[in-house]
Design a protein around this ligand. Structure first.
Ligand code: NAP
Length: 340
């Protein structure tokens, strides 16, 4: 079996560190692993399979001897290094939003549109984390009833803003518990401890944030549904990890609640946690540090008497399934195809 030379670009960040864990857990045939970040992290070490690996500063020579790059850096860093890596012959699976809507770049959730990955020209994009969680939950229902319109509210954990977001919430919680004045926020526009911030990204002329529009734009591309309509409200919440979403979907076909529940119970990547009588439903504490999207609170939309709409609640670990695990799963697809 061929072994692959892998690099993580942004290895010191929230997603990059999780990629190391996911690579440890899954048995990819790794020949070598290179950790790349900025000058700030160069020389620091991270453990992989019990051995310290030294982080290198990324530069144009970093990709000379790499087969697969797992991208875990912001858009500007991706735009600088991804073309270099591709020119040197590597395949890049990128978590930033820099290339997601590029027509030449597949946007892939393996449980939903794995086949798209094989049409790449060197870059495969990982979708937005809230979009991955929503579409893993929706996929089996979409196959059965065909989604036309979604109304979504997200409750997004601070780690979605990177490692700095975690530190900011922890610092503010400590300051509050000690009765001290809150330090000036640096990652979020307002204090996030004991607060909710209904803004992730900048607003457009219609009043929707950039994060909110990803659900429609990326959802259309992943599902190959150019007419899918999504009305999304994204909210940052003082949760460390795992995004939660309230989703109402209007389908082309009439829905059957019992059948929908049965479809979700066997859907790939989903765990149905739906027993309201016993207060069992998905919660971010339960979905953190694992890869399944938990779905519950499934019910008919009582505002639609035509029985074409369902409402549900889902939670998923956005650093894992929403980023690191999804990227590693895509790498596995490519490796399996090459080894056939
Ligand atoms: N966090 C999530 O839940 C999540 C989910 C889905 C997608 N994403 C996307 O994944 C990417 C990474 O997010 P994150 O949350 O992991 O961010 P993060 O914690 O802030 O980490 C950013 C990483 O980028 C590196 N970096 C910064 N400047 C660099 C440069 N000039 N050259 C090389 N590396 C550089 C950082 O290295 P230093 O430590 O040296 O600065 C760090 O390793 C982003 O595009 C984000 O939108 C994040």
């Amino acid at each position: 079996m061929k072994r692959y030379r892998i690099a993580i670009l942004g290895a010191s960040g929230a997603v990059g560190r999780e990629m190391l864990k996911v690579l440890e857990e899954r048995s990819l045939p790794i020949a070598s692993l290179k950790l790349l970040a900025s000058r700030r992290s160069a020389g620091k070490t991270l453990l992989f399979q019990g051995q310290p690996l030294t982080i290198e500063e990324a530069d144009e020579h970093s990709f000379d001897d790499v087969d697969i790059v797992l991208g875990a850096a912001e858009n500007d860093v991706a735009r600088r290094f991804v073309p270099i890596a591709v020119a040197k012959g590597a395949i890049v699976i990128d978590n930033s939003s820099a290339y997601r809507l590029d027509e030449e770049v597949p946007l892939v959730i393996p449980e939903v549109n794995a086949a798209d990955a094989f049409a790449h020209h060197g870059i495969i994009a990982n979708p937005n984390c809230a979009t991955i969680i929503a579409l893993v939950a929706l996929n089996a229902l979409h196959d059965a009833y065909h989604a036309r319109r979604m109304i979504v509210s997200t409750y997004q954990a601070v780690s979605g803003a990177g490692i700095g977001g975690i530190g900011e919430l922890e610092t503010q919680m400590k300051e509050m518990s000690e009765g001290r004045a809150l330090s000036e926020p640096a990652v979020f526009p307002y204090p996030i401890a004991c607060n909710l911030i209904p803004q992730i990204g900048g607003f457009d002329e219609l009043g929707y944030s950039s994060e909110e529009m990803k659900m429609q734009n990326e959802g259309r591309k992943i599902l190959h549904e150019e007419t899918l309509r999504v009305n999304c409200t994204c909210v940052r919440v003082p949760v460390l990890r795992s995004h939660s979403e309230s989703i109402t979907v209007e389908f082309e076909k009439e829905v059957d609640l019992a059948q929908a529940r049965a479809l979700l119970a066997k859907a790939e990547g989903v765990r149905l946690v739906d027993d309201p009588a016993n207060a069992r439903y998905p919660m971010p504490l339960d979905t953190s540090d694992q890869d399944l999207v938990f779905v519950g609170r499934l019910r008919e939309d009582i505002s639609d008497p035509s029985h074409h709409s369902l409402t549900f609640w889902c939670c998923g670990d956005q650093i894992r399934k929403g980023a690191a695990t999804n990227a590693v799963q895509i790498a596995e697809l490519l490796i399996q195809r090459e080894d056939r």
